[in-house]
Write a protein that binds this ligand. Structure first.
Ligand SMILES: [Zn+2]
Length: 382
């Protein structure tokens, strides 16, 4: 016997009573069948409801041949009347995401003559795939239209048209449908075959926000959030902008300009630092004029700077310039021989003796060692 589907009679029913028809132990829990239920089974991209049935937790719900199976963590007595309570926050969230998805899909599919070829309602993200190239600006235009439909707050229409009526109806559908077809209409936005639960009025979706629109297969994947999820997301994002604004002494909506100023200052500082570094390296190189082999220790520096200093010193010292930048335990090194003779045998010995890695060819090598300054000095004193 098919289960009576209370969620279709009243999608806002959060509590109901029913008679237990069957209860069988299964792999994931007890599979409970009722004469009627308000628990929505997974289907049409909408996840299953959770909640309680009597004293038992309902962790999954699925439908097979019209019969709805509730996965429960405890057994319930066959023949008993039980009260079912839907985890309403979860269900209402699913309805906001699902109805919002219909509204924006209806708008996009009409505007760009495409199909919705995928829908994923996840715990955190909601994605929709379309088989058309849709730009970010076009997605934002659809977002604006979808929100206008939401605020116009028209009633959702659910109908079961006859095959004759269906033949004349222009509706979206992922596949060829057989049997009784359920058509969900959001006036001015969408008409679509769907088995999910929906809000009663468009206004209950609250808000729709497009987060991203990226190339995916033959079209794009849109990431959206609706209702409370959208508000929560925008609040978290606002909190970030507000904190950044406080750091930079600007309003939350002016952080981009402030960050751009900061980036420009940083770039200018980097250029100035490179100039000063070059001058310092040149001065250090002059200090080592004609000294032959030279080993220099420096505080931690970028690999590029280590190499530049070794280059500058090698041009003046007339032998090997070895620069170690870092502190005991970890040094980055650069070795340069001005005459360009092969440095590979030296690097091999150095890495072996000083727990190092790295290499080079010709007169140049770069790498790092995990040792202390004393060990490095002993190595070069031999
Ligand atoms: Zn749907």
């Amino acid at each position: 016997m098919e289960t009576e589907k209370l969620y279709y009679q009243d999608p806002f029913m959060g509590e109901f009573t029913a008679t237990v028809l069957a209860c069988e132990a299964g792999k994931t829990g007890f599979q409970v069948v009722l004469d009627r239920t308000a628990f929505y089974p997974e289907g049409g991209g909408q996840p299953a409801d959770h909640g309680t049935l009597g004293g038992s937790n309902v962790t999954d719900v699925h439908e097979k041949d019209g019969v709805i199976f509730h996965t429960c963590d405890q057994a319930v007595e066959i023949g008993e009347t039980v009260t079912g309570r839907i985890d309403w926050a979860r269900r209402f969230d699913h309805m906001q995401q699902h109805s919002g998805e219909h509204i924006i899909s209806g708008i996009l599919c009409a505007d760009y003559h495409c199909d919705n070829v995928g829908f994923h309602l996840g715990a955190d993200t909601v994605t929709i795939d379309y088989n058309a190239d849709i730009s970010w600006d076009q997605a934002l235009d659809a977002q604006r239209k979808a929100n206008e439909v939401i605020w116009a707050d028209q009633a959702t229409e659910i109908a079961y048209p006859s095959p004759q009526e269906l033949a004349t109806l222009d509706y979206r559908s992922k596949k060829e449908l057989t049997g009784k077809v359920r058509i969900v209409t959001f006036p001015e936005a969408d008409c679509c075959a769907c088995c999910g639960t929906h809000v009663l009025r468009a206004g209950q979706v609250g808000i729709i926000k497009v987060l991203s629109c990226q190339k995916f297969r033959e079209g794009v994947r849109l990431e959206i959030l609706c209702g409370k999820r959208a508000l929560d997301y925008l609040c978290r994002t606002y909190d970030q902008a507000r904190a950044i604004g406080q750091q930079l002494s600007v309003k939350p909506q002016d952080t981009l300009a402030a960050v751009e100023r900061l980036e420009a200052e940083l770039s200018a500082a980097k250029v100035r630092m490179a100039q000063l570094e070059e001058a310092v390296f040149e001065s250090m190189a002059r200090d080592n004029e004609g000294r032959g082999d030279v080993v220099l220790f420096q505080p931690p520096m970028k690999g590029d700077s280590v190499r530049k200093l070794a280059d500058a010193v090698a041009k003046r010292c007339g032998g090997l310039a070895a620069v170690f930048a870092g502190e005991d335990g970890q040094y980055a090194y650069a070795l340069v021989r001005a005459d360009g003779t092969d440095i590979a045998p030296l690097v091999k010995d150095l890495n072996k003796a000083l727990n190092g890695r790295g290499g080079g060819r010709g007169g140049f090598a770069q790498g790092s060692v995990q040792t202390d300054r004393a060990a490095i000095e002993v190595f070069f004193s031999k």
